[in-house]
Design a protein around this ligand. Structure first.
Ligand SMILES: [Zn+2]
Length: 124
């Protein structure tokens, strides 16, 4: 019997349990940051774009890496991200890439399109 990896399960590898600390009346530790520009990388196989880094707000530096966003989004108390693109404000989430098996694909939760709104942002 061959076991296929569950590519559709966004919560695989859930190692975020524990340390649900007793907060002292403060329920939200995370902040939400607006992504305003992206750096993409083109994959080697079946070339398509992955988000590699993002800039927040008026940031003009190298921005935050995909690894940082992945660790934030997997952390119940980590930072959250959203973006305004394609005429709508959407949350930024982790999904399996629609083109390849990558599970650290950063995309948006648009009601209007299945496209990744982040790819509409200015590139840097
Ligand atoms: Zn991909």
């Amino acid at each position: 019997m061959i076991e296929h990896p569950k590519l559709s399960d966004p919560r695989q590898g859930d190692e975020t349990a524990g340390n649900l600390s007793e907060t002292q009346g403060v329920s939200t530790m995370s902040s939400t940051y607006r992504i305003t520009a992206v750096r993409v990388e083109t994959t080697a196989d079946d070339p398509h774009e992955h988000i590699a880094r993002v800039r927040i707000g008026l940031d003009t530096s190298a921005g935050r890496s995909r690894e940082t966003l992945v660790s934030d989004l997997n952390d119940p108390q980590g930072d959250r991200y959203d973006t305004f693109a394609n005429g709508e404000l959407t949350d930024v989430v982790l999904r399996t890439c629609p083109t390849c098996p990558a599970t650290d694909y950063i995309t948006t939760t648009s009601k209007n399109t299945t496209a990744n709104n982040l790819l509409e942002l200015p590139r840097y």
